[in-house]
Write a protein of this length. Sequence first.
Length: 553
Amino acid sequence: MVALSKGGTFIGHHILVPKHGVAVHINAFNFPIWGMLEKIAVNLLAGVPAVVKPASITCYLTEVMVRDIVSSKILPEGSLQLISGSVGDLLDHVTLQDVVTFTGSAQTGLKLKSHPRILAESVPFNMEADSLNCMVLGADAMPGTPDFDVFLKEVRKEITVKAGQKCTAVRRIFVPENYIEDFVAGIKKMLSQTTIGNPQVEGVKMGSLAGKVQREEVLEKLRILQADSEILYGDQDALTVVGADKDKGAFISPFLLFNNKPFDTKSVHEVEAFGPIATVMPYKTIQEAVALSQLGKGSLCSSIITSDVNLAREYTLEAAPYHGRILVLNNQCAKESTGHGSPMPLLVHGGPGRAGGGEEMGGSRGVKHYMQRTAVQGSPSMLSDLLGQYQQGGEYKEPNVHVFRKHFEELEIGETVITHKRTITDTDIVNFGNVSWDHFYAHTDVTSLDGTIFEQKVAHGYFILSAAAGLFVDPAKGPVLLNYGLEDCRFIKPVYAGMTIGVRLTVKEKISQELKPDDTIKKGIVKYFVDVYDETGESVAIATILTMVKCKD
């Protein structure tokens, strides 16, 4: 609730409602399975169906998955639809109620984002483009330290996993200039131990690219990078593979390049070879590392390997405007870390600038991309009934019995129990301090109140809340199974000995719960608004309590 008037008769509240269109997902070739699932998960939770258009080269995998999903009947008919091949005239039909997402190259994304229909209808367009992600070795992580070893392992992983064909793979590696020689020796040794071939064969650590077209594109980008950078490791002609035919498969050697003048070279910060290729560059200070990271003009993720909190703080705060995610990695968390290249569904995935300026996942944030946030204004009573959630200041409904005697289905939003009253005494304050061991001076020492907001010894806020529970709880066994928490608790006004409090307990919100297979009791969640007031009628404390309540049936 947002108060909009002095007298409290006019308020506002935001609601989220599903859009009345579809989510159009145009996905990149490197994520035919996961890419679709992570996108449709949130639009389905929002109540919006999806039309998925995978990249043609890997759409065969997506088609098999969608066929399995449809045949399983776990989704309502029509909520998931698949288009393979060209996008055709699909975008000619989108409206303001649709959402379009795109994962792929910035060039293709710009073309789609500029579609006349998307511009004319202001269709939400979420783009996640491939980017020149970077990793930084902190100056404290010198050769021979555990953090240096963590850095080597993370770089090797990010170069070779999925043969470097993922949007979060590392492309630029920044190393203190005096550690370059040790880093290059270590990473070359690790890359030489990477067996390439058929991933089904034991011991193979890196497979092929998605197709031969991609291999040619990657090698062409490599040739562009070679104009300014030196190849330290990698030889396509000497490549050997295990358990596969090198000529039939789209295999490629991992490549490590070196650029000694990163501030004077554009290509290394602008050209992305979308494969197992990365360039190492030296830096002198953490400020230089930050500046180099920013030359990529926006990326999905960056990592700094350090145990120095000052380095971590400076890099994170200065680099953050250019990156969607920053991993601060060291030996303390390396064992459980999901790594530089692994976006997590609970966190935002996306990045500014070259990375597309979009945002995917992020828990409930992702669901909200497919909903309209609308402000609703009116009286507290009107919005209480309209929204199904009691708004402070709304009219009370008198229950025929205490609300704790009612089952979940029987409770109505706005039903209110107005309790009898209790006068707070000095003995109450002393006893609560002894029981809780809370002897804060404002509760115990009247001589220490000069210069404070208190006029005399003040009752503990948690005592007032406890006393309120004693007033509103119906003690007999009934449909209320348990109370499991508080939300939005506030102590608004001091309560002194001699003041009298009462409570208004109002049914604020009801949340149905599904009966799980191992459950024996059908139940729902009921939120109660607790308004504790004094003899003048002013609120001294408010809170929302959460209870679990039995259903009647």
